[in-house]
Design a protein around this ligand. Structure first.
Ligand code: RIB
Length: 299
C-alpha cells in the first residue's frame, strides 16, 4: 500500500514576474509592470498541481531559511502537499526571474540557490519516501547527478516521469527508465540536436530511439504527441485564450504522472493532462493558476 500517489523530486523557486509589452532582445532595456512575487519552481509547481487535482503528493526538495522558502512551504501545505521531504538549506531559496508578454509567452532565468544543493545523498537518505509512491517525477532544475540517483533508487515497479527542463544531455541509464520522457518543442530540439527534423511527428520516434520507454511531446495549443512501443498518436488540447503560460507544462506533467499511477494508459493520461495544462494558461502565475478537479472544464 502506497502512502502517496505521486512523489516529485525537484526545485522550488520564488518567481519574480514582470509583465512587458515585448520581451527584450540582447542589449535592450524595456519597461515593465510592477513586480509580482509568485510561488514556483518546476518541482513545487508539479507538487501543487497534482495535490490540487486530488493526488496524495509528496515533494523532495531544498529551500532556503528565508521568506521565499517560507512562502513556498505555505503554498505547498495549503495545496495539501506532504512537505516532510522539503529540506531547509543555508543557501537562499531558488529564484526565477520571469518576463511575460501580452501573448502569455515568457522568458525565464533561474538562480538555483538551494535547489543546487539537493544531492544524491539526499536521495539515498529518502528511501522511505521513494518507496512511498508508484510514480516519481523529476525535472532538471536540480543537479543531474541527483536525477541520476533517483533513476537508480527507484523502488521495484515504480515509474519515472522526466521532464528534462532546462534541457541537458541525459545519461543512458536515466533515459532507459523514463516512462515517459516529456519534452516541449524546444527541449525536443535540444535533445535531438542536428538530427531533429522539422515535423514533430518525426521527433517522437527519434526521441524513442534515445532509449526511453515512452515519449510525450507537448505542442502547446496543438496538444501533444504520445509515443511508445505501440505507435504514436496526437492528443488534442482544448481551445483557450492564454493569459500566462508560466508553469502550464508543470501542471501537464503532474496531471499525466498522477493519472498514469492510477492506471490510465498514456493517451488517456495525456488527454486529461492537456485539459489541466489548458486551464492553467488562463490564469496568471504558476501555482496560483492550477485548477482543482472540480474547476476543470467538462468536469
Ligand atoms: O516551469 C515554470 C517554472 O520554471 C517557474 O515557476 C519558474 O520557477 C521556473 O522554474
Amino acid at each position: 500500500m502506497h502512502h502517496h500517489d505521486l512523489l516529485i523530486v525537484g526545485s522550488a523557486n520564488a518567481d519574480l514576474v514582470v509583465a512587458v509589452d515585448r520581451r527584450p532582445a540582447a542589449g535592450e532595456t524595456v519597461l515593465g509592470s510592477d513586480l509580482a512575487v509568485h510561488t514556483g519552481g518546476k518541482g513545487a509547481n508539479q507538487a501543487v498541481a497534482a495535490a490540487r487535482l486530488g493526488a496524495r503528493t509528496a515533494l523532495l526538495a531544498r529551500v532556503g531559511d528565508d521568506d521565499h522558502g517560507r512562502l513556498l512551504l505555505t503554498s505547498l501545505r495549503a495545496a495539501g502537499v506532504d512537505t516532510a521531504g522539503v529540506l531547509v538549506d543555508e543557501a537562499p531559496t531558488g529564484v526565477a526571474l520571469i518576463v511575460v508578454d501580452p501573448g502569455g509567452d515568457n522568458s525565464i532565468v533561474v538562480s538555483q540557490g538551494a535547489n543546487a544543493r539537493l544531492t544524491p545523498d539526499d536521495i539515498r537518505a529518502a528511501g522511505d519516501l521513494l518507496a512511498s509512491a508508484p510514480v516519481v517525477s523529476v525535472q532538471l532544475e536540480i543537479p543531474l547527478a541527483t536525477v541520476t540517483e533517483v533513476a537508480r533508487a527507484l523502488a521495484p515497479g515504480a515509474r519515472l516521469v522526466l521532464n528534462p527542463s532546462p534541457p541537458a544531455p541525459l545519461p543512458d541509464e536515466v533515459l532507459a527508465v523514463c516512462d515517459p520522457l516529456i519534452v516541449n518543442e524546444h527541449e525536443a530540439r535540444v535533445l535531438l540536436g542536428d538530427s531533429a527534423g522539422e515535423r514533430p511527428e518525426d521527433w517522437a520516434p527519434a526521441l524513442l530511439a534515445l532509449g526511453p520507454r515512452s515519449v510525450v511531446v507537448t505542442l502547446g495549443a496543438a496538444g501533444a504527441l504520445v509515443a511508445g512501443p505501440d505507435g504514436c498518436e496526437r492528443v488534442p488540447s482544448p481551445r483557450v485564450e492564454p493569459v500566462d503560460t508560466t508553469g502550464a507544462g508543470d501542471a501537464f506533467t503532474a496531471a499525466l504522472a498522477w493519472r498514469l499511477g492510477r492506471g490510465d494508459d498514456l493517451p488517456r493520461a495525456a488527454a486529461y493532462a492537456a485539459r489541466v495544462g489548458s486551464a492553467a494558461v488562463t490564469r496568471k502565475g504558476a501555482q496560483e493558476s492550477y485548477p482543482t478537479a472540480e474547476e476543470l472544464p467538462g468536469a
